[in-house]
Structures are given as structure tokens and as C-alpha cells.
Design a protein around this ligand. Structure first.
Ligand code: GLN
Length: 483
């Protein structure tokens, strides 16, 4: 039963082959048995899951039949969940039980999903390896000595290991697509403003976006359908009708114009990944797509711009964690300054502290113009590059990551080496565009992902291309040994 996709679960539940409670109990047992190897969950919400599963079975018995009704999922541990610990992977919020549900959580609960738990993540979503979590690193089910990617590494490892069919995640600079690539999943970062950020603990508010992680594009369509839509509680959420993502999955790719940015295939890309990306292009050509080389000339500035803007916003967002209102408070402070200093010094891990310092520096008087303002200008140039490219092509295709997953600990002493792993993903966040990563093969037993980018609100096009690709390839159906 644990091999079923969301779409298969929906059919099985509709045909009364099994109940949501049965499925939920099977997956909870699997999590108990296998997750100690992976560390993909921070909290398992067994009681909540059983009660939600029973409620979903009752709704079905009463004649309801939604595609997510009774479907087991998990939430990245930065989506607020009422009465349940929402830690953000940090000691700072280890004791924080959210007083309300994030919009994504309540929308999915209304659609009938069953929450199995909260997944592990890099602290405050800062990282590309899921090693900065207060709860310890997450292991990649394809090889337990390797990182699963980050920051949504817990969601990715859990879905890849078939502990559950799908999970929510967030992407500020690649945190849905990069772990999807490193664990052989399909992950979609929607257009900025497509999914409400209300109740999603902020890292860098102008970049953060929630989205689905699943094994197939078909399942991402189902989960995104449940997450997307206008929310008056998030002032950056856009009031655009949500299309039926499942309805366009099978559209023909005849004449689809695919752009290959020459900057994505230059130095720094593992040639074995480049070969698999080219092989995926061949498959899409067989389906009728036409390929064209394009250029994104400002891409080389993306990492420096992102690593100014994201820490700047983080330094502001994280100022609310001061030991006073919620979260960790140090023991026996001697005065208010001591309370602030020690609560933050003891509550935040080293990567979070590094980002706060970088961000506060970049925003400080005298440096603001030199760093923050320059980075914002680069951001606009990057967006303009994409706008020009999308005049010529329908989707942009390239590798999701320059390298394979690396050994846990291998980049611990070199934060910049880890930042460089985001080179292909962060431009979509800077521009606010939707992006998807899909499985495209393996090198030395480690998964490789291909990234697709599309114009604003063209999530349906990304899912369509990935779905058609998944009809003629089987990378997404392979399971890691032992899972
Ligand atoms: N690796 C990037 C960072 O550390 C992106 C993380 C994310 O998307 N949340 O900022």
C-alpha cells in the first residue's frame, strides 16, 4: 500500500479497496519502523492522523469524493499547525505550539488530507543539505551516508522512502526543487503569490513560496490544487483564478518551444548530469517539442544577489525571536539586553546567526547602497532576462543542481560551497517564476533532476511537460533499496 501515489490512493479510496484509516495506520507503522534510519520527521502526529482519517472515511461514506479526501501527507515544520509543535528546525521554536493553522494547512485539511506529522528541515529553511536542523541531519534514502538536499530535506526523504505519498515544502532559493532532484522526486515551486504564505514562518518574505513534493507530476497537480488560491490574509497572495491542473496534464507537447540557457551548461556542471539533461531533452523532442538555445546573461550574478537579499530579509524577519513573546528564553537573564543576547545566541544555530549578521550588515547605513540596493538592481536584470527569454520559448530547461548529492558533513566547513549548489534554482525565486524539478536518471546510484521554468502562473504547463515526460520514462517509479 505504501507504494501508491496520491492519484492511486484517490482511486483506491473511491473504489473502497481500503479505508483512509487502514492506509494511515499502515503508513504510521512504516514511519515508526523506518524513520529512525532517515530522521525525516520532527513530530509524528499519530492521534491527529487517525482522527482525520476517520473523519475522511465518514465524509466519503456520506457521499463526498474529493481527490485528496483521506490522503495522508505531512507538512514541512515551518507551516503553523494548531496545537502542534512548529519548530522550523530550530531550538528557538522547539517549545512553540502554533495557536493557529497556516492557510495551506487549513485548506488541505478542508480538502480532507490526513496529517501524519511535521517534517525535518534546515533551521529556518537556511541550507541545501538539511544539516543545519536542531534535530540532526536527514539521510538520503538512496544512500544513507549522503544528504537529501535542503531545506525541505525531511519532506523529500520521507516521500522518496515511501513513508507517505506527498508532502508540503517551501522554496526560497531552491528548497523544493533541489531536494526533489537529490531524492528522485517531482517538486514544484509555484509563482510567487500563487500559494498563501500566511502561517508559513518567514525566512525571506519576497522569495518564500510553498509548494508540493511528490513522486509524480500528476500528484503535484493534485496537491497544488489543494494549496493554491487567493488568501486575503497574505497581502502578496494574488487573486488569480486557479486552473484545473489535472485537466491539462495530457496536453500535447507538439510544437512546445524549449529554451536551453547556454549559461546553464557551462563550467561547474557535472558532465554526467549534463548528459542526463540532454537525454531528457531528446525524450521531449520525441514528444514533439522543439529546442532552441537561449541566454540568461545575468545569471552569474544571481548567487551574490540572493545571498544579500535573503539574509537581509531574514535578519529583519528573525528579529521577532527575542526571548520575550515566544520561543526559547535563556535561563536567569540579568537584564533585558542579556535576555535578548543570550536567548538569540543560545536559540539560533550557527548558520542562522551567520545569515543574520550578513543581512544586518548589508542593510546598515553606509552599506545599504553598496550591497542591498545593488542586489535589488541585479534582481531586476535577472527578471528582465527571463521576460526576454519567454518571448522566444514556452519553457526553459536545464539541470536542477550542478552536482550530485554529497556526503553528510562534506561541506560543513565551507558554507559558500553549499551556497553554490543553488546556482540554477535561485533565479526563479529572484524573478518570482514557477519552477519544477523532475527525476531524470541516476549517476553512481544517486538521483539527478531536470528543472523546468515557465512564465508567471504557468504551473499547469510545467506539470503538463513533466507528466508527458513521466509517461515515457520510469525514473520517477524507482524506489531506493530497502524502502
Ligand atoms: N539554499 C538556499 C538557502 O540556504 C535556499 C533555501 C530555501 O529555498 N529555503 O538560502
Amino acid at each position: 500500500m505504501h507504494q501508491l501515489t496520491l492519484a492511486e490512493i484517490a482511486r483506491g479510496l473511491a473504489d473502497k479497496k481500503f479505508s483512509s484509516e487502514e492506509l494511515t495506520r499502515t503508513l504510521l507503522a512504516r514511519i515508526n519502523q523506518l524513520d529512525p534510519q532517515l530522521n525525516s520527521f520532527i513530530s509524528v502526529t499519530e492521534e491527529l492522523a487517525i482522527s482525520q482519517a476517520r473523519a475522511a472515511d465518514a465524509r466519503r461514506a456520506a457521499g463526498e469524493n474529493g481527490p485528496l479526501l483521506g490522503a495522508p501527507i505531512a507538512h514541512k515544520d515551518l507551516f503553523c499547525t494548531h496545537g502542534i509543535r512548529t519548530s522550523c528546525g530550530s531550538k528557538m521554536l522547539d517549545n512553540f505550539k502554533a495557536p493557529y493553522d497556516a492557510t495551506v494547512v487549513s485548506k488541505l485539511a478542508e480538502a480532507g488530507t490526513v496529517t501524519l506529522g511535521k517534517t525535518n528541515m534546515d533551521e529556518f529553511a537556511m541550507g541545501s543539505a538539511n544539516e543545519s536542523s536542531h534535530y540532526g541531519p536527514v539521510k538520503n534514502p538512496w544512500n544513507l551516508e549522503y544528504v537529501p538536499g535542503g531545506s525541505s530535506g525531511g519532506s523529500a526523504a520521507a516521500v522518496a522512502a515511501r513513508l507517505l505519498p506527498a508532502a508540503t515544502a517551501t522554496d526560497t532559493g531552491g528548497s523544493i526543487r533541489q531536494p526533489a532532484a537529490l531524492t528522485s522526486l517531482t517538486g514544484l515551486k509555484p509563482t510567487y503569490g500563487r500559494v498563501s504564505r500566511w502561517g508559513m514562518i518567514a525566512y525571506a518574505s519576497s522569495l518564500d513560496q510553498g509548494g508540493p513534493l511528490a513522486r509524480t507530476a500528476e500528484d503535484c497537480a493534485l496537491l497544488l490544487q489543494g494549496m493554491a488560491g487567493f488568501d486575503a490574509k497574505d497581502s502578496t497572495c494574488i487573486d488569480e483564478p486557479v486552473p484545473d491542473y489535472s485537466a491539462s496534464l495530457n496536453n500535447s507537447l507538439q510544437g512546445l518551444r524549449i529554451g536551453l540557457p547556454k549559461e546553464y551548461f557551462g563550467a561547474g556542471l557535472d558532465p554526467r548530469i549534463a548528459d542526463l539533461v540532454q537525454a531528457s531533452v531528446k525524450e521531449l523532442e520525441k514528444l514533439g517539442a522543439v529546442v532552441k538555445e537561449i541566454s540568461l546573461p545575468n545569471m552569474q550574478h544571481a548567487i551574490p544577489a540572493y545571498y544579500v537579499i535573503a539574509p537581509a530579509e531574514a535578519s529583519s524577519n528573525l528579529s521577532r525571536f527575542d526571548g520575550v513573546r515566544f520561543g526559547y528564553r535563556c535561563e536567569n537573564p540579568v537584564d533585558l539586553t542579556d535576555l535578548y543576547k543570550r536567548s538569540r545566541g543560545e536559540g539560533f544555530g550557527s548558520e542562522v546567526q551567520r545569515r543574520i549578521m550578513v543581512g544586518a550588515y548589508a542593510l546598515s547605513a553606509g552599506y545599504y547602497d553598496a550591497y542591498y540596493l545593488q542586489a535589488q538592481k541585479i534582481r531586476r536584470l535577472i527578471k528582465n532576462d527571463f521576460m526576454a527569454a519567454f518571448n522566444e520559448v514556452d519553457v526553459i530547461l536545464g539541470p536542477t543542481t550542478p552536482n550530485l548529492a554529497w556526503k553528510i558533513g562534506a561541506k560543513n566547513n565551507d558554507p559558500v560551497a553549499e551556497y553554490l549548489e543553488d546556482v540554477y534554482t535561485i533565479t526563479a525565486n529572484l524573478a518570482g517564476l514557477p519552477g519544477l524539478s523532475m527525476p531524470a536518471g541516476f549517476v553512481e546510484g544517486l538521483p539527478v533532476g531536470v528543472q523546468l521554468l515557465a512564465p508567471y502562473f504557468q504551473e499547469g504547463r510545467l506539470l503538463n511537460v513533466a507528466h508527458r515526460y513521466q509517461q515515457v520514462t520510469d525514473w520517477h517509479t524507482r524506489a531506493p533499496n530497502g524502502f
